[in-house]
Design a binder for this molecule. Structure first.
Ligand code: NAG
Ligand code: NAG
Ligand code: NAG
Ligand code: NAG
Ligand code: NAG
Ligand code: ZN
Length: 436
């Protein structure tokens, strides 16, 4: 009888010669996370969407999902890919800012500024890479930053352009080839619609419906591309978004808000980001905090908070970056500072309890149930679900797999951890050799 050592030598030789493959752990299924920015939960209900409807039959659909408080693009996307509340990951605005120096950096420029994104919380890409998976980010917010010095394996930085269906399809082809030709395990793919049209025209405009039809065709194209790349049985897909959209209330329907009517901004505040939808932040000048708070408390159609008194359910109070005063407007009221810019007809940033801020969740693929409608849940629970599907150990997070695992087949993502599988397959190979 051969010794263990000889057997192992034989095994190594066989595998390196390519004769008998040294079976690796059965790889987990792959995962594509797609986000269509600003896709309100009910946008598919007044438009014909055959492909989304088919997805409902072939996969799972949540009635809607709730984004974290701070219903804005970067904060919400980063909660989805990290499973952490905004107060922990500290991406507290679309714009990078420093209240001390008055620095403000546009959303687009923040995409490649690691210092805005990297605050000690590791997003899914990095956690997956640290466990041996290959990951990519196509346009996805946060994907182009480095985290503790680590970059996502493959990154395409968003280049905002008018929506172009041909380009949308090319982006899908690119991502599919990453999966099928280069063996990527996780890719996140982002589209800037229907957010752009929702802002420009308002959620009720015909153009929003036109974009939803384009998105629906794109989802049909995605499914064709998956089949063409023979990924039907190995690729799971989650389609979601970051927040909804509501119509901006204007005169004569309402008296619009102009905060400078209630407090002298120049005199009382040393830093502000207003004129940015329903969410505003202010740093009072030294000793003026109570005065600012009192003045804004008298303003109608908004709620003002001292940071340390923010409701716990917002999960914002612990943030070090947020300035001392936070203002949340009532649904549809924009927080104008001094003038009213008649640019946006739709906006977000409002309370995440408002139905207009709720967004979508769909998923399909080998690990997901079919024809299953889920009750609503918070987007923070997507993170542990993704880790489960990828069979990786999650980083510390605030989600709960108990909330989302009913979306999976009872077998879905249930395989033994990689290390156990590797051991088992080694053992079975050893047995085979011993029997020979
Ligand atoms: C990420 O790190 C690499 C290597 O250190 C560097 O070349 C690159 O500029 C960094 N990117 C960002 C967005 O910080
Ligand atoms: C749309 O994108 C394709 C592929 O990138 C390009 O060839 C075409 O010119 C674009 N169309 C418009 C109208 O920009
Ligand atoms: C893959 O899925 C598509 C539906 O998206 C289906 O039309 C096609 O027949 C499937 N292909 C295989 C090989 O199962
Ligand atoms: C806005 O505030 C005014 C003044 O308090 C109030 O009369 C009005 O009903 C509010 N509008 C809405 C839509 O809540
Ligand atoms: C969120 O998770 C982090 C990491 O485990 C933890 O430190 C923090 O206390 C959690 N937040 C809440 C509100 O539970
Ligand atoms: Zn957004």
């Amino acid at each position: 009888m051969k010794t263990m050592q000889q057997l192992l030598l034989l095994l190594t030789a066989a595998s390196s010669a390519g004769g008998i493959p040294l079976s690796r752990a059965p790889p987990s299924n792959k995962l594509l996370l797609v986000s269509f920015d600003g896709f309100r939960w009910d946008y598919d209900q007044d438009v014909d969407t055959p492909h989304l409807d088919q997805l409902g039959r072939d996969g799972v659909k949540a009635k809607y999902i709730t984004p974290p408080m701070l219903t804005m693009t970067s904060p919400s996307h980063f909660t989805t890919v990290s499973g952490r509340w905004v107060e922990d990951h500290e991406v507290v605005h679309n714009m990078m800012f420093d209240a001390k120096t008055n620095l403000k950096v546009s959303h687009r420029e923040t995409l490649t500024r690691s210092e805005w994104w990297d605050n000690g919380v590791l997003p899914l890409w990095i956690t997956a890479q640290n466990q041996g998976l290959k990951t990519g980010s196509f346009y996805f917010p946060g994907g182009a930053a480095n985290y503790s010095g680590q970059a996502v394996n493959r990154v395409v930085v968003e280049d905002p352009k008018p929506p172009n269906e041909t380009e949308w399809r090319q982006n899908i082809d690119t991502v599919m080839s990453w999966f099928s030709d280069e063996d990527f395990h996780l890719v996140t793919l982002y589209y800037g619609e229907p957010d752009r049209v929702g802002h420009a025209k308002g959620p009720d405009h015909q153009d929003r419906k036109t974009i939803i039809r384009q998105i629906d065709r794109t989802i049909g194209y995605l499914r064709e591309a998956i089949a063409r790349h023979q990924l039907n049985d190995s690729l799971n897909v989650i389609i979601t978004s970051d927040h909804g959209m509501t119509t901006v209330k204007k005169r004569p329907q309402v008296e619009e808000l102009v905060l400078n009517k209630y407090l002298n901004l120049l005199k009382l505040a040393s830093f502000e980001i207003l004129d940015y939808g329903g969410f505003g932040i202010l740093t009072p000048r030294p000793g003026k905090e109570q005065e600012v708070f009192n003045a804004l408390s008298k303003a109608p159609n908004l709620t003002v908070y001292k940071k340390n008194e923010l409701p716990e359910s917002f999960h914002l109070a612990k943030s070090e970056r947020l300035p001392p005063i936070v203002v949340v407007a009532d649904l549809g009221f924009n927080l104008n500072s001094r003038l009213i810019f008649y640019v946006n007809k739709g906006d977000h940033g409002f309370h995440n309890g408002e139905m207009d801020m709720k967004t979508i969740f769909r998923a399909f693929g080998p690990d997901f149930k079919k024809n299953f409608v889920s009750e609503p849940f918070d987007s923070i629970h997507i993170y542990p679900l993704m880790c489960k599907v990828l069979q990786i150990e999650p980083a510390p997070h605030n989600g709960s797999l108990a909330v989302t695992q009913n979306l999976l087949h009872s077998g879905g993502g249930q395989r033994a951890p990689r290390s156990v599988c590797l051991l088992l397959s080694l053992l079975s190979l050893l047995c085979t050799f011993t029997l020979l």
